[in-house]
Design a protein around this ligand. Structure first.
Ligand code: GLN
Ligand code: ZN
Length: 756
């Protein structure tokens, strides 16, 4: 049985690509040096897969920033304003990803969005009316040939035309249909080029097919691929889908001239049903995505083997594959020195999943499971009791009644009370929580972790930072200061560390966007709060000023979504456990004099099911109540904020309002404030702080620019509901640009107050 990998992580086991790119951005590394590090990484990744016995190893899954951006650039989808900068090809690419501010000009980055239901972000390609789509690059060929130099036949991977055109932003009047023939021509040229180089398989990724598709979408898809595949030669084409099932187009795909179809058996709830109902064409290979590419738990061999037997029984030719790219899991368990062997035996990161692929394929082929020690071990492992239960948590959970999910009095009444007691000016200014995590901040934390300084020294340093941050915010006139989150490595791991039921890793880095990686902790058992988490810092910060310092917490939905979740209990159950833990923290903050508390739900949208029909029943119906459970116990005077990254909630506005927060801040600057129209239409009640500038880029917004953004916001949001803030936390930014930007922000708010 052949094995295939949809994609492999690319940032490097030690995040080599991140560090190299960041040096390159700072001018400390030449382009040649950066390219050479990238080449080494690619070689290393291919070697790992080859050694593990993977048959169809992906290439072109490497990227300097994002694979969809690579595809756009490959096909010359580069807006004129970036071309006009006159930069090198690599720098033009980075300008699209990160924005550019320098002697050649000043251009914002393209928008960035979450990649389907993951915490990976893609750059939104932009199609201008005069875009000339053509095959303009050689990346796919180059990386294929580079692998060939070490005698490896790879399977080049490329985002498909349907997904590309679905995710593009159209800045002119043209629509996807207007670009499709040029794009198909370019893909055909690409395939022809691969065939000429002797490629056996190419993988075309179409995750957009797991979403709800309308009749016209299906027609469009059909035409795209009929044209693309007509006159196909020897090159075998794998149509790869992931993150769900393809119920709307299954039959259509089966009827097209693909040589293989990749289906997700992990998240694809109806995948088996579809095969059962419509069978699977005899002239194609089924790439069965049975190894979970998103979670770090070991595969349960018996279930996977049952599936494979079932498929075999139907006479289907199967290639065993991952459910999606392994980009969404960390590199290797080998690097985890602190996790106990007892815990580790349950996990498989990317490299270990390669081993699972081979083992399972071998066992399936032989037909005699019990002859394999790996099989017997796997069965034994999951049959054993795991020390993951906490009685007290379970009892508390079953005792909560309906009333715990509703905050009183109603929001309108609270708004009135809070305006009276907080006495904030119109258009209050604030930030989202974190201030730059400068090298000294990181060093302090790492010295403490290594035991080189004691707790007192560690805290003293952070308190000094807080003191300066508060002083500085007061001096420039921020109305609701924050303490700066210097004590946090990460908004989820930090909380996890004070919760029982969590495990932590050292090297489980997963790419989030560009050079940014996150290290999700692992939910091992029932979750509860061990001790107060943030109270000391918030209380200290509040002691330095009369202004209301905003307490800063991460909400249960985000904590869960940014952790590796358990597979033995439901998401809903874990989420509710976490909500109770954070509720205790909220009440402690309030008791200690914190008058404004922000509960971040940066990742609320992330796990929203990709199909609309599942939105409420499979997610919002428990995620929104979990958030309310966290804050329903506070007094009317206490103002609850929440923050969401990205404003992609136009379609779930009622649910967001239903979180019953008093204020919400979110990203808006990169998406042209479109969200505001929707808020207005839905009579959104929560006070709103649409981010006035983009913190994902180092550029400093001018006062005029901020004022004009605020003017546009005032057209959509009532004056007494509008807040002024950046669009996310500032931890990834430098100190200087942050200061300059916030000074401009406060000035802009002052100017707007005069206009109101
Ligand atoms: N409070 C967090 C911060 O400022 C929020 C981060 C986020 O939304 N990703 O860093
Ligand atoms: Zn954010």
């Amino acid at each position: 049985m052949l094995t295939s990998v949809v994609g492999y992580p690319r940032i490097g086991a030690e995040r080599e690509l991140k560090f190299a790119s960041e040096k390159y951005f700072k001018g400390e590394l030449s382009e040649r040096e950066l390219l050479s590090i990238a080449k080494q990484l690619r070689a290393e990744h291919i070697r790992s897969q080859k050694e593990a016995g993977v048959d169809l190893i992906p290439s072109n899954d490497f990227s300097f920033y994002d694979g969809l951006l690579d595809t756009a650039v490959l096909f010359n989808i580069i807006p004129g304003r970036y071309k006009e900068l006159g930069l090198s090809a690599l720098d033009t690419y980075f300008a699209m990803a990160r924005g550019y501010q320098g002697d050649k000009g000043d251009v914002k980055a393209l928008a960035m969005k979450k990649w389907f239901n993951t915490n990976y972000h893609y750059i939104v390609p932009e199609l201008e009316d005069d875009a000339e789509i053509r095959l303009a690059g050689t990346k796919v060929f180059d990386e294929y040939e580079e692998a060939g130099e070490s005698n490896t036949q790879t399977k080049p991977v490329i985002a498909g035309p349907y997904t590309l055109l679905s995710l593009c932003r159209y800045s002119g009047t043209k629509k996807r249909e207007d670009f499709s023939s040029a794009l198909v021509r370019a893909y055909r040229e690409l395939l022809a080029g691969l065939e000429a180089r002797g490629t056996e398989w190419v993988q075309i990724d179409e995750p957009a097919l797991v979403k709800d598709l309308a009749g016209e979408d299906k027609e469009f898809l059909k035409q795209l691929y009929q044209e693309l595949l007509s006159g196909k030669g020897k090159l075998k084409v794998l149509l790869q889908t992931y993150f769900g099932d393809v119920r709307d187009v299954y039959e259509l795909l089966c009827g097209l001239d693909f040589d293989g179809i990749g289906l997700d058996f992990v998240e694809g709830k109806q995948t088996v049903e579809l095969i059962d109902k419509y069978s699977f064409p005899k002239d194609k290979l089924l790439f069965a995505g049975l190894i979970n590419g998103k979670n770090i738990w070991k595969n349960r061999y018996p279930e996977t083997l049952d599936r494979l037997e079932y498929l075999k029984g139907k006479g289907i030719d199967v290639v065993l594959s991952t459910s999606c790219s392994l980009l969404h899991v960390p590199y290797t368990l080998e690097a985890e020195k602190k996790l106990s062997a007892d815990h580790k035996q349950y996990f498989a990161y990317a490299k270990e999943k390669l081993g699972e692929l081979r083992q399972i394929a071998n066992i399936a082929e032989s037909g005699d499971r019990d002859a394999f020690e790996a099989y017997r071990e796997n069965v034994g492992l999951f049959a054993k009791e795991r020390d993951c239960e906490n009685r007290e948590v379970q009892e508390r959970l079953s005792a909560i009644g309906e009333e715990a999910y509703t905050r009183k009095p109603a929001r309108r009444e609270r708004e009135r009370i809070q305006k009276e007691t907080l006495k904030l000016p119109k258009f209050p200014t604030t930030t989202i929580g974190s201030f730059p995590q400068t090298p000294d901040v990181k060093k302090n934390r790492s010295l403490f972790r290594k035991g080189e300084i004691d707790e007192r020294q560690y805290k003293e340093f952070n308190k000094e930072k807080i003191r300066r941050a508060i002083e500085w915010q007061e001096s420039i006139g921020i109305d609701v200061p924050v303490h700066g989150e210097y004590e946090r490595n990460d908004m989820v791991e930090y909380f996890g560390e004070s919760l029982s039921g969590y495990l932590f890793t050292e090297k489980a880095w997963v790419q989030s966007y560009g050079t940014r990686c996150v290290k999700p902790p692992i939910i091992w058992g029932d979750v509860s709060r061990k001790k107060p988490i943030t109270v000391e810092w918030s209380v200290f910060a509040q002691s330095l000023t009369d202004k209301p310092v905003k307490g800063m917490l991460t909400g249960p939905v985000t904590i869960l979504n940014w952790s590796f979740a358990r597979e033995d209990i439901s998401i809903k159950e874990s989420m509710t456990q976490i909500a109770l833990a954070i509720r205790d923290e909220v009440l402690d903050l309030e008791k200690n004099g914190i008058r404004i508390i922000q509960i971040d739900e940066a990742a609320l949208r992330e796990k929203l099911p990709l199909r609309r029909s599942d939105w409420y029943s499979e997610y919002l119906d428990f995620a929104i109540p979990a958030f309310r459970l966290v804050h329903s116990g506070v007094k009317a005077e206490t103002q609850i904020h929440t923050h969401m990254c990205y404003s992609e909630f136009t379609d779930i506005i009622p649910a967001i309002d239903d979180m019953d927060a008093d204020v919400i801040t979110f990203e808006a600057s990169r998406s042209d404030l479109l969200i505001l129209d929707a808020l207005k239409e839905c009579h959104f009640e929560t006070e709103t702080g649409p981010g006035v500038y983009d913190i994902h880029s180092p550029r400093i917004p001018s006062v005029e620019e901020l004022v004009s953004a605020l003017r546009r916001m005032r057209e959509k949001v009532a004056d007494d509901k509008l807040w002024v803030n950046p669009d996310c936390g500032l931890k990834t930014r430098g100190e200087e640009e942050t200061r300059a930007s916030l000074i401009h922000l406060v000035k802009a708010a002052e100017l707007i107050r005069k206009e109101a």
